[in-house]
Design a protein. Structure first.
Length: 201
């Protein structure tokens, strides 16, 4: 498979600075949504990089450090639980992506974005469905976003130990629902994701 197919095609069309953009944490019941933007050196593939969901936690951690060492630059953007509740998860994801792209030290002229919807970033956008398994830049961004969010949730678990966020990272697992039933919800929870449950508590 050609991991640089989309990057090379974009270069042939005159784009010089290309970043990959992906998110992590659209589905959980708690915690922010994270996005990352990564610019790789031209023609460069980081060995082992793949869709973050296909990698073990240990492998993701190793690749996280490798990507940071080898990329031209990267940036992480987030949108808070409150922002998710106020503007909905799709718009909050777009906001996190915009913040990630805006945070890059070098401004891209094209963003390769995982999915099929165009976020309002300050660059031209090419969306790629399942792009984290097709583009080296998006795959790198998926790992940066996923590892960053997981580490955030592990830290959040110290603040709210009763929910065991370090185990489920805020996703709607059986354990997480049991903890919500036992302790109610906290500031880290997305209220709009728990409307039905809040009506029952």
């Amino acid at each position: 498979m050609d991991w640089l197919l989309y990057e090379n095609e974009a270069k042939s069309k005159g784009y010089n600075v290309i970043c990959g953009v992906d998110e992590a944490g659209r589905g959980p019941l708690a915690g922010p949504v994270f996005a990352a933007a990564v610019i790789l050196p031209e023609g460069h593939i980081i060995e082992g990089v793949n869709d973050s969901k296909k990698l073990s936690e240990k492998k993701r951690d190793l690749l996280f450090d490798k990507i940071i060492d080898e990329c031209v630059c990267y940036s992480i953007g987030t949108a808070s639980e409150r922002e998710i509740d106020e503007i909905n998860i799709l718009q909050a994801t777009f906001l996190a992506m915009k913040r990630a792209v805006d945070g890059l030290e070098i401004k891209p002229d094209l963003a390769l974005v995982d999915g099929n919807q165009i976020p309002p970033v300050n660059a031209d956008v090419l969306t790629i469905v399942k792009g984290d398994g097709k583009s080296a830049s998006i795959a790198a961004a998926s790992i940066i976003a996923k590892v960053s969010r997981d580490r955030y949730m592990i830290e959040l678990a110290k603040q709210y130990p009763q929910y065991e966020f370090e185990r489920h990272k805020g996703y709607g697992t059986k354990l997480h629902y049991e903890k919500i039933a036992e302790h109610g919800i906290c500031e880290a929870h997305r209220k709009t994701f728990l409307k039905k449950l809040l009506g029952e508590l």
